[in-house]
Design a binder for this molecule. Structure first.
Ligand code: ATP
Ligand code: MG
Length: 286
């Protein structure tokens, strides 16, 4: 029987939509959201399992799944042995310490001898040890932000995105201890056939990510400005330059990184470029 990759995804939560979207962009089709617990892809040798995110590292370690997508916070907190294969760049969040708004903060040493409520005792414990702070850690599984209000702890350590939950519970964020994003994890021992399928999947994921980070750019430039403009547009190898019907002008085609875009576009315009078109790229293969 030929091999099939079993991939564990969060059933429904903050990782789910982007995980499903990633496979869609990789051209891997499967049904989800129908309440089913698993689904076989119709066009790639993969079966998807829909689970609670906390259970995914354990299932991957045990071999129930070969791969999984989880928040790095969950993977690092878990004691299960899995391999981080690739960073996925979505579901970004931070794990922070927060204290009641009226309390002074002079630094992490302020927590010495205090009690802290969290669902992340390992990550927090390591952070405190690293900073030589001895505090009591109360492990609770949810609604951590209410702990100071009910007298359970003097501080909390929890996932923060906008900070509005902290605010409505009278807390202020004082220190970021961990930054997280979604990651692809794998069992530490995959046989050769599964490894080959994983490589195939990674090739697609990287093409999708590269495309997102880059734009295709087309512009018209007077020939005397070509040297300056092409130096601002390195492209994948080098820009394509084609003569326009109008004498003395050329059309330049290239690829530009999203991060450099606004910076370089001003310089490109002041060098004399006109009719600049910026077009999204669907896939990009180096
Ligand atoms: P489950 O029911 O599967 O156990 P959950 O309630 O534990 O879900 P979610 O709130 O869906 O988990 O968050 C899943 C992951 O998404 C978190 O572990 C974290 O990595 C990331 N995450 C959490 N909060 C945010 C946020 N506000 N923005 C982006 N990503 C987040
Ligand atoms: Mg969970």
């Amino acid at each position: 029987m030929s091999s099939i990759l079993r991939i564990a995804l969060q059933k429904s939560g903050r990782l789910s939509e982007d995980s499903y979207q990633l496979f869609k962009e990789c051209g891997i089709r499967f049904d989800y959201g129908t309440g089913k617990l698993k689904s076989v892809s119709s066009n790639f040798p993969a079966e998807f399992l829909f689970l609670r995110d906390d259970d995914i590292p354990g299932y991957v370690e045990d071999g129930v799944a070969d791969l999984g997508i989880v928040g790095e916070n969950v993977a690092v907190e878990s004691t299960h042995q899995v391999e981080t294969v690739h960073r996925l760049g979505f579901s970004k969040c931070r794990l922070s310490l927060a204290i009641p708004r009226g309390t002074d903060w002079n630094g992490i040493q302020d927590l010495d001898g205090k009690s802290i409520a969290t669902s992340y005792p390992r990550i927090l414990g390591d952070y405190l040890t690293y900073h030589n702070v001895s505090a009591e850690i109360h492990q609770i599984s949810g609604s951590v932000e209410i702990a100071p209000g009910i007298g359970l702890a003097e501080a909390i350590c929890d996932i923060v995105s906008s900070g509005s939950t902290l605010l409505s519970n009278g807390l202020k964020e004082v220190e970021v201890i961990f930054r997280s994003e979604a990651i692809l994890i794998a069992r530490t021992t995959l046989d050769a056939e599964k490894q080959r399928l994983l490589d195939k999947l990674l090739f697609r994921i990287k093409a999708v990510q590269a495309a997102k980070n880059n734009k295709y750019i087309v512009l018209n430039a007077p020939n005397e400005a070509l040297e300056q403009i092409t130096s601002l547009l390195p492209g994948m190898k080098s820009p394509s330059v084609m003569p326009l019907a109008t004498a003395g002008w050329s059309s330049v085609h290239s690829v530009i990184n999203e991060n450099d875009f606004w910076e370089n576009i001003e310089a490109i315009r002041s060098a004399g470029a006109e009719g600049i078109l910026v077009i999204p790229i669907e896939k990009m293969i180096y």
